[in-house]
Design a protein around this ligand. Structure first.
Ligand code: HEM
Length: 394
């Protein structure tokens, strides 16, 4: 069987070559180096097939490599449908479009704070604060607490991909406690007939689907999913895109001259460097693919990132190019596919486009000055640092 160890230093450093080997030689792989061992699907057609068949490939035991019992959106229908209907009300294309001026203002303020210096870390000063501020404002939690969110979200994601999740139990309990407190306060106000602030937590407190409301535990789960699912991923999109756009000369100039190209750049970044390399499902019955039978009750990793470089779907898949047609590149699976397709995709795309347009316009001659560090979890792909230099405005 093809050698593939997603935890090895080589694959963590650059998963591309290993994914290319899986695509070519081993479309159904079994990895024994994790407890429990897991299977991996990498081809576009196979990943899409598994994402569509939610009866065979269940989300009930979590999206991570270990078996966990999940509630909220990380579940199967009908529970998933109930949660998704409620939360998607906040993420309609209209609601997201209405956020553009505010997001543009946040990006302007963040860049204003460092542009004159001519150097800085674009992860610390731009890519990390932006999504955290945006989601904190949506939820109606104080933006000053954003460093705590960051620490908690990181702890959650790291624990999810770890064989020793108990090491992060304190942070995770603290996060739940914080959100719980916040939700309980809204529920008390609502019960007392007091007006609620106009934000997502209030919307979740009063939302009804078929006459049913979410209980505090359900809301805490949703809020936690939004914090964890929306922060680091968007930060990774921004760092990954900025890195690739500075690796080839002239790409940021092209976006400055034609700001509409930022949309293609966002999609190509998502395709080329999927911030979530892959997530997991659990088989509910034996299932055969390419002559391999995956037994019932096995964890299967669906590698969005490898599917995005499948030569059967994308021409020259290992080339980062702004010359791809928008509708072609948008076929990538970086946001998943099917009933669990990312609810925050429109928001992430909007943040990405605004950042790339402003960076192209305001940070002239941008270059990355040292190799960035990778974020830790093996299922994710993004940078923890992005040291950079540019010509300050005169
Ligand atoms: C570039 C940024 C992002 C990437 C790459 C990303 C990726 C993903 C992926 C791959 C899934 C599918 C999970 C699965 O198949 O089990 C997903 C689901 C989800 N994402 Fe995102 N995401 C991003 C940004 C966001 C943002 C900004 C939010 C919200 C603020 C968000 C909220 C969600 C939620 C709630 C789900 C669960 C949907 C469901 O299960 O029905 N994501 N995301």
């Amino acid at each position: 069987m093809t050698e593939y160890d997603p935890l090895s230093a080589e694959v963590l450093d650059d998963p591309g070559p290993a994914h290319a080997r899986l695509l070519a030689e081993c479309p159904v792989h079994r990895f024994e180096g994790f407890e429990p061992p897991f299977y991996t699907l990498s081809r576009y057609e196979d990943v899409a097939w598994a994402l569509k068949d939610t009866t065979t490939f269940s989300s009930r035991y979590g999206q991570g490599p270990r078996f966990t019992e999940e509630r909220g959106m990380k579940s199967d229908p009908p529970m998933h449908t109930f949660f998704r209907r409620l939360v998607s009300k906040a993420f309609t294309p209209r609601a997201v479009a209405a956020m553009e001026p505010r997001i543009d203002g946040i990006v302007t303020d963040l860049i204003d704070a460092f542009v004159d210096r001519g150097e800085g870390d674009l992860h610390h000063e731009l890519a990390y604060p932006l999504p955290t501020i945006v989601i904190a404002e949506m939820l109606g939690v104080p933006a000053e607490d954003r460093d705590r969110f960051k620490a908690w979200s990181d702890a959650w994601v790291t624990a999810m991909g770890s064989t020793t999740p108990e090491l992060w139990a304190d942070e995770i309990a603290e996060m739940r406690g914080y959100i719980h407190e916040h939700v309980a306060e809204r529920q008390r106000r609502d019960a007392a007939g007091l007006a609620l602030p106009d934000d997502l937590v209030s919307a979740l407190v009063v939302a009804e689907e078929d006459g049913e409301r979410l209980d505090a535990e359900g809301i805490v789960n949703v809020v936690r999913q939004l914090l964890v699912g929306g922060n680091e991923t968007t930060t990774s999109l921004l760092t990954n895109a900025l890195l690739r756009l500075t690796e080839q000369p002239g790409l940021l100039d092209r976006i400055r001259e034609d700001p509409a190209l930022a949309e293609v750049a966002v999609e190509e970044s998502l395709r080329f460097d999927a911030p979530v390399l892959g997530l997991f499902r659990t088989t509910t019955c034996p299932v055969e693919r390419h002559g391999v039978v995956i037994p019932e009750g096995e964890k299967v990793m669906l590698l969005y990132s490898a599917a995005n470089r499948d030569p059967a779907v994308f021409e020259d898949p290992d080339v980062f190019s702004l010359d791809r047609a928008a509708h072609e590149v948008r076929r990538h699976l970086a946001f998943g596919f099917g009933i669990h397709v990312c609810l925050g995709a429109g928001l992430a795309r909007l943040e990405g486009r605004i950042v790339l347009q402003q960076v192209a316009r305001r940070l002239r001659d941008l270059e990355i000055t040292a190799p960035p560090q990778r974020i830790e979890p093996f299922m994710l792909w993004g940078k923890a640092t992005l040291p950079a230099r540019w010509t300050p405005p005169s």
